[in-house]
Design a protein around this ligand. Structure first.
Ligand code: FES
Length: 323
């Protein structure tokens, strides 16, 4: 994975309670611009040798001199957000991956952007991009209360502030009581981009689908993997073969392909280790994967040419990997 050295240029509260903070990252070498990014992209932030977290870029893709991320502290989480809030200070160097986009803006005449809480981050970058292109869009931002709503100042100072519709649960305006009216009837010329907690995204997609929106019009980005039921057909042992050496190894239940390969000295690239980032996508030369990632499209999964080795398994007795 290609990485870039940055310096933390500024840290600021992103909401009055301080539970969300923005981090402005600039190139460590000011003479070298940061790699370009598209709206919807994220970077992997390297917080430690085994602590790597993905954060969406929320600034305009036109910015070549900075990456802006926002982190909501979650003390019940896996430690990434707590480390960002506790350990990262202004002036500190921070290694990040080059931006990767698993949530790209596809062509459409109109867009409806629907954010739950901190899920607004990639949608702000999209809003900047759409406003710059002169494309029609609206942005709905749901939050429990105004004091908890992140990035209000960023919205107020944007070129698209009049297109943003705030919704606050403590004012009786939650996603369960008030889905955006424009989602109540499908518009074939529009695409809908949704980002927020799992239950929020499920509710929006279920309700919009029931109203007649087509699955291809609804795009979501997850922060955490979807819950899955145990599958006795694929939870058990299978074998994995490394094409370049011919070596074949068993992958026991409860063990990932990546862990087995690493144990045998095969170099693997990992980041989120949850099927969320795509860093570990590996070519499949033979066999049928049991895809358990949130990264690939339905078409890519059906093609069975790549597998996320951090979490996916096998439907066939053996997988041959292009390593
Ligand atoms: S390491 Fe992120 S998808 Fe596998």
């Amino acid at each position: 994975m290609t990485t870039v050295d940055t310096v933390v240029h500024a840290i600021a509260f992103a909401c009055p309670t301080g539970t969300s903070r923005t981090y402005e990252l600039r190139p460590a070498d000011p003479t070298t611009p940061l790699p370009a990014f598209e709206a919807g992209a994220h970077v992997d932030v390297h917080l430690g040798p085994t602590l790597i977290r993905q954060y969406s870029l929320l600034n305009s893709p036109q910015d070549s001199d900075r990456y802006l991320i926002c982190v909501r502290r979650d003390d019940g989480g896996r430690g990434g957000s707590a480390a960002m809030h506790q350990d990262i200070t202004v002036g500190q160097r921070l290694r990040v991956s080059t931006p990767r986009n698993l949530f790209p803006l596809l062509p459409a005449k109109r867009y409806v952007l629907v954010a739950g809480g901190i899920g607004i981050t990639p949608l702000l970058s999209m809003a900047d991009e759409l406003a710059a292109r002169g494309v029609d869009f609206t942005l709905h931002h749901y939050a429990s209360a105004a004091a908890e709503a992140p990035l209000l100042e960023r919205i107020r100072n944007s070129a698209f502030t009049d297109r943003v519709h705030p919704h606050r649960s403590d004012e009786g305006d939650s996603i369960r009581t008030a889905l955006p009216a424009e989602l109540s009837s499908p518009d074939p010329s529009a695409l809908v981009y949704i980002c927020g907690p799992d239950g929020f995204m499920r509710h929006v997609t279920d309700t919009a689908t029931a109203a007649g929106w087509q699955p291809g019009q609804l795009h979501i980005e997850r922060f955490t993997p979807a819950a899955r039921e145990p599958d006795p057909a694929t939870d058990g042992e299978f074998r994995v073969r490394v094409a370049s050496t011919g070596d074949s190894y068993p992958v026991p239940a409860e063990t990932t392909i990546a862990e087995v390969l690493a144990t045998h000295g095969v170099e693997v690239e990992l980041s989120c280790e949850q099927g969320m980032c795509g860093a570990c996508l590996t070519p499949v030369l033979a066999g049928e994967p049991d895809h358990r990632d949130e990264v690939q499209t339905d078409e890519e999964r059906a093609a069975n040419t790549q597998i996320t080795i951090c979490c996916s398994r096998s439907r066939s007795a053996e997988l041959v990997l292009g390593l």
